[in-house]
Design a protein around this ligand. Structure first.
Ligand SMILES: Nc1nc2c(ncn2[C@@H]2O[C@H](COP(=O)(O)OP(=O)(O)OP(=O)(O)O)[C@@H](O)[C@H]2O)c(=O)[nH]1
Ligand SMILES: [Zn+2]
Length: 345
């Protein structure tokens, strides 16, 4: 298991890790006991993503060009552990006056700060970390932590036949693992590819849409329609990428939904949480295709970022539009993706 994969697991489990020169623990999971042991003075500064710093009103302390750079916030008397946990939690933004005074500064080790925030995101946690006094902890190099966000080394772990309801052609499931972060992803190989580039769908995990039939998005219908089209053509490849919530994880996606319940749109909600609009990595999909021996595809999508992600990683992709009828719950979401995220007609 890579050091980054171990550090992701450790952060999720509430333990401290050292990234570059920074020893950090996640605000979301570090307990009072851990803090009492590792930061007895209660003076550990807080590392926040640039997006979250802007969301809590610290944007004017930084140059606009730097709005995506992480910041560190020094502790004050009023800013005890409880106040910190409230500060980093967007659900509490609406129930209080803005907290302060707060002063942000650039992290001493910017690359380490970025790497630590990548690990927190891949752990599915909020982008907020305690910066603890240096101590012995599981150590990861900054560059390794940062690279965990762009996975290009995948290997096939297991494969088997998988009869699927509605698919009359033989179907196989292939499980792959990425070396960089240890994450597992799936390829469903439908039928036997013919002479031309295969129909391919990159589907990002959406538990709510894929499993429960949520009407807030179009994921479930898109998934089923993609499989149907592959069945009609007699062949296709569905990559099921485990980057839930456009790469922020399930708990964070549901936090974003709670913000949408308060009136924010899908993009605003991600930013308020402290993430970019879309944190996904489509180089991963390119690596999976390469592991399957595929270098040219017909990609079913409306998202130009998927086409660009594959192209950058050397996979030739032409687009097959993939629109499904809207419903009253997802019409605004789909309109926002067109207006703000460049989705195609
Ligand atoms: N953060 C966040 N993620 C969401 C929201 N709604 C859906 N998602 C996630 O968005 C992703 C949807 O991915 P895809 O089906 O690949 O769709 P897409 O990027 O719109 O591109 P195409 O469907 O190919 O055009 C899934 O990971 C969902 O979990 C939301 O409101 N917030
Ligand atoms: Zn969805």
């Amino acid at each position: 298991m890579s050091k980054a994969a171990q550090a992701i697991a450790a952060l999720r489990a509430g333990r401290a890790v050292t990234v570059g020169t920074l020893t950090v623990a996640a605000v979301e999971t570090a307990t009072d006991d851990l803090l009492a042991m590792l930061d007895p003075e209660g003076s550990a500064p807080i590392l926040l993503s640039g997006e979250r710093a802007s969301a809590i009103g610290l944007g004017n302390q930084r140059e606009a060009a730097n709005s995506h750079a992480p910041v560190v916030i020094a502790r004050r008397d009023w800013l005890d552990a409880r106040a910190v946990r409230a500060l980093v939690d967007p659900a509490q933004d609406f129930g209080r006056f803005s907290a302060g005074p707060l002063a942000s500064e650039a992290p001493g080790d910017l690359e380490a700060a970025r790497g630590a925030l990548v690990l927190a995101r891949l752990a599915g946690l909020m982008p907020a970390l305690w910066v603890l006094p240096a101590q012995a902890a599981l150590a990861v190099e900054s560059s390794e932590a940062t690279k965990a966000a762009s996975r290009s080394h995948v290997s096939i772990v297991s494969r088997a036949q998988l009869p699927v309801n509605g698919l009359e052609v033989p179907t196989q499931i292939v499980v792959m693992r990425a070396e960089e972060d240890g994450s597992e992803h799936v390829a469903l190989l439908v039928g036997a590819p013919g002479g031309r580039p295969p129909l391919v769908r990159l589907h990002s995990e959406c538990l709510t849409g894929d499993v429960f039939g949520s009407l807030k998005c179009d994921c479930g219908p898109q998934l089923r329609a993609a499989m149907q089209l592959m069945e009609q053509e007699g062949a296709g490849i569905l990559l099921y990428l485990r980057q839930e919530g456009r790469g922020i994880g399930l708990a964070n996606k549901i936090r974003a939904y709670a913000l949408q319940d308060r009136g924010l749109d899908t993009v605003e909600a991600n930013l308020r949480l402290g993430f970019g609009d879309d944190e996904r990595d489509f180089g991963l999909a390119a690596a999976m295709l390469r592991a399957l021996g595929v270098s040219e595809v017909r990609l079913m999508t409306n998202n130009p970022a998927k086409l660009e992600g594959l192209a950058q990683a050397g996979i030739v992709a032409t687009r097959v539009p993939h629109h499904l009828p809207t419903n009253p719950h997802n019409a605004h979401y789909l309109a926002t993706k067109k207006a703000k995220s460049g989705h195609l007609d």
